[in-house]
Design a protein around this ligand. Structure first.
Ligand code: NOJ
Length: 743
């Protein structure tokens, strides 16, 4: 009897686990539905479902190529991307459902990365908020706006860990750490998909770029990735898995090769790990033409082989390369691809269409009414302003220059990014219209209506023309305070935007130092999508705010932070190096056999640079200060079933209300694999009143101590652990405990 009830329990658990991705409806519901459609489909129609093509845009508006139009009508296209707008997507959807034999609706995909029409901070900036509620809210609003315009699928979240800021796409992710990256990935999936994918304001998420795209060698976009199985599993794969566990229904294969096999034809990645280990039941789409790019990779001789290898590896949908539509039929006839493989792919795609409710009403996401009401609404803009302020990181505030006094009489706002609408919304800003963005000059004018504000560009972002510096110096001299807005142009980060130098581009540093010579107080606002090597800026300037690319409400949010209407609470999700030569530099480094010792040459260090970063992971200041004390553990020993309860008192020791991100790290003292010196295992963002003391509680179990052991099995090891808590990854108070396991 006991055995039977145990069996039933395990079975029901298994069903729950395998149905985790089914957001609405039961597994068998969808299976029955997809099976019954599949039974009616010709091979040509099946292959059609596996094809995704782009819509285009010219002066007359959006359009779709004639050949795609014909194919849509014949049911030979599964999805369209880059098409949005209620009327336009309705027209395309009508083409499919009014003309094709089986009336299978189209999916409409788009890169809704950090907002749709209302643009939020670039993803790295959002991650710097360490505020999962805010990140979820941003994705929810993005989904809501996108779905009003006919979209039902976003190519996000980007879950690539990145430890090399030369790589421009570091701006699209959540930084260097798998724990933080996982929390952000989950928040984004919840935001996009909600808890009912068939709601008209939720859209399907796409976990990308699978896998390890962020580890491109030398930070050069699209470059090869070569890494150990251990690093892959313990770091890079973790956020993708978290997003999938949260219910993301699609995945995008990456452009890169991993240890010699391109991801798009990598059976180990797409099938063994994704499907067999992780039980992912949604579909996998290629990244753009990564199927035909297999030829350039040198792993297949021609397009037919590219199609065969990728579909056989586990790729379900071909974005744009037409390799599937041109070759799969013949490959089936020649028995190079089993029709059953195609059937499985079709079923996965149809299932997502069912989940989105497209078979009930293919036009459910095309709403003119919602389009008019929701896009860039006051409410959405207010959220963008709030989240942008939350994402900013106060890097330096010597002598409490900040916050500024609103009664100030005159301000010079200087710099190539101070009044550049185009750059406020960053790269991958989807349907965002930069003309709707608020610049820093505009934000400051609105904040201080009676102050005299002088704007001077000072220089362009990346040229050597010094002619504008004089005007900037004069503006600074003639005003009480100078705000310098410096950084990178939006198109210097994002895809195909790797940089070999991470210095401020052009003559910005020189211009800034000329302005500083006026002796007026100077505050720097940085806009960039990656860590920059700003050691010199840090040496000379008293106050620096990292604002990333803040989005549509950029200038207002910057003004909120500068003038103290929002007390900055962001913390860096990625280490800022002192110089490019330190890269890759990240907080979770190992001790090595020869840890750096200034008195011993033969230790791990540079001759010409410190090992320390300029700003550490987790670092960020506030207009108030916090102290940490009373770190206590409920026990100093746990076993496999115990819970370690960690308490710490955080006090606001300043005069302003502020939010602190309390971070918990662990260090395994001795393990079968060289342990990182610290690993983030928990964080809590909390608001604390001036003078108030808050007790923050964390719970840890043996599960949190698991890692890939010497033999690559995943588990924990007994021994002594350090537990470290603080407001960044360097200034930490510590305690210790043991994990005791039966022999
Ligand atoms: C290429 C990019 O790598 C990917 O992130 C994006 O989603 C697709 N193009 C579609 O635009």
């Amino acid at each position: 009897m006991k055995t039977i009830s145990l069996y039933l329990l395990v079975l029901s658990l298994l069903i729950v686990i395998s149905c985790k991705n089914v957001v609405n409806g039961t597994c068998s519901d969808f299976d029955n539905k997809t099976d019954s459609i599949l039974a009616l489909m010709t091979l040509e129609e099946k292959i059609g479902q596996l094809s995704l093509f782009t819509s285009e845009m010219d002066q007359t508006g959006p359009f779709i190529k004639r050949e795609y139009e014909e194919e849509i009508k014949q049911g030979k296209v599964g999805a369209i991307f880059n098409a949005y707008g209620a009327d336009y997507t309705r027209r395309l959807q009508e083409m499919a459902v009014n003309n094709s034999r089986l009336k299978i609706p189209l999916l409409f995909g788009y890169d809704v990365i950090h907002g749709h029409q209302t643009i939020f901070p670039v993803s790295l900036g959002e991650a710097a908020s360490w505020d999962m509620e805010a990140i979820e809210r941003s994705a929810r609003i993005a989904a809501s706006e996108a779905s009003a315009q006919g979209l039902n699928w976003t190519f996000a979240p980007m879950c690539d860990i990145a430890r090399d800021p030369r790589w421009g796409r570091i701006s699209e992710g959540a930084g260097e750490d798998p724990f933080l990256g996982s929390a952000v990935a989950r928040a984004r999936v919840r935001g996009f998909q909600g808890d009912d994918l068939s709601s008209t304001n939720t859209i399907a998420a796409c976990v990308k770029h699978f896998a390890a795209y962020g580890a491109a060698l030398a930070g050069r976009d699209y470059n090869s990735v070569d890494m150990s199985e251990r690093v892959l599993r313990e770091c890079y794969l973790v956020p993708y898995k978290a997003a999938i566990d949260e219910g993301a229904v699609t995945v995008m294969s990456s452009f890169n090769d991993i240890n010699g096999i391109p991801a798009t034809m990598n059976r180990y990645i797409l099938t063994d790990i994704l499907r067999d280990e992780w039980h992912f039941s949604g579909f996998v789409v290629s990244d753009y033409t990564s199927v035909t790019e297999l030829i350039q990779h040198g792993t297949v001789p021609d397009t037919a082989a590219a199609a065969a290898f990728s579909v056989n590896a586990g790729l379900d949908m071909d974005m744009q390369s037409a390799a599937f539509s041109d070759y799969l039929e013949i490959l089936v006839q020649k028995k190079k691809v089993d029709e059953k493989t195609i059937d499985e792919a079709v079923k996965r795609i149809l299932k997502v269409k069912y989940m989105l409710g497209l078979f009930d009403d293919p036009f459910r996401y095309c709403s003119r009414e919602r389009e008019e009401k929701e896009l860039l609404s006051d409410e959405n803009r207010a959220a963008a302003r709030d989240i942008a302020a939350r994402s900013m990181v106060l890097l330096k505030n010597q002598g409490s220059v900040l916050p500024l006094d609103k009664m100030i009489k005159s301000i010079a706002v200087i710099g190539p990014l101070a009044d550049s609408k185009r750059d406020m919304i960053g790269s991958w800003s989807a349907a965002g219209d930069f003309n709707k963005a608020v610049t820093v000059v505009e934000g400051i004018r609105a904040k201080c209506p009676s102050a005299r504000i002088i704007y001077a560009k000072g220089c362009n972002i990346d040229d050597t023309d010094q002619s504008k510096i004089k005007e900037a110096v004069a503006a600074s001299r003639n005003t009480d305070l100078t705000i310098l807005v410096l950084g990178e142009a939006a198109n210097m980060t994002g895809e195909a935007a790797s940089r070999a130098s991470l210095d401020l581009p052009g003559i910005q540093q020189y211009m800034a130092e000329e302005v500083l010579k006026t002796g007026k107080p100077v505050v720097v606002v940085l806009m960039n999508g990656r860590p920059l090597t700003i050691t010199r800026l840090n040496d000379y300037f008293p106050a620096i705010i990292e604002a990333w690319y803040p989005g549509t409400e950029a200038g207002n949010a910057v003004a909120d932070v500068l003038f103290g209407d929002y007390n900055p609470s962001g913390k860096l999700p990625v280490t800022f190096p002192r110089s490019v030569g330190q890269i890759p530099i990240f907080y979770s480094e190992k001790n090595t056999g020869r840890p750096s010792d200034p008195d011993n040459k033969y230790t791990s260090k540079y001759l010409d640079e410190s090992n320390d970063p300029l700003y550490a992971f987790g670092y960020g200041l506030s207009y108030t200060t916090f102290s940490y004390s009373n770190l206590t553990l409920n026990r100093n020993e746990i076993d496999a079933n115990d819970t370690l309860i960690v308490r710490v008192t955080v006090k606001n020791t300043g005069k302003r209300k502020g939010e602190e991100v309390v971070q918990l790290y662990i260090h395994d003292r001795v393990a079968s694999v060289t342990p990182p010196l610290k690993l983030l295992k928990g964080f809590v963002k909390t608001e604390i009143e001036p003078g108030e003391e808050k007790e923050i509680v964390f719970k840890l179990t043996a599960e949190d101590l698991k890692f890939y052991r010497g033999d690559m099995s995943y588990g924990c090891e007994p021994g002594r652990y350090d537990l470290l808590i603080g407001g960044n990854s360097v200034d930490l108070i510590s305690s210790e405990f043991s994990l005791v396991l039966p022999l």
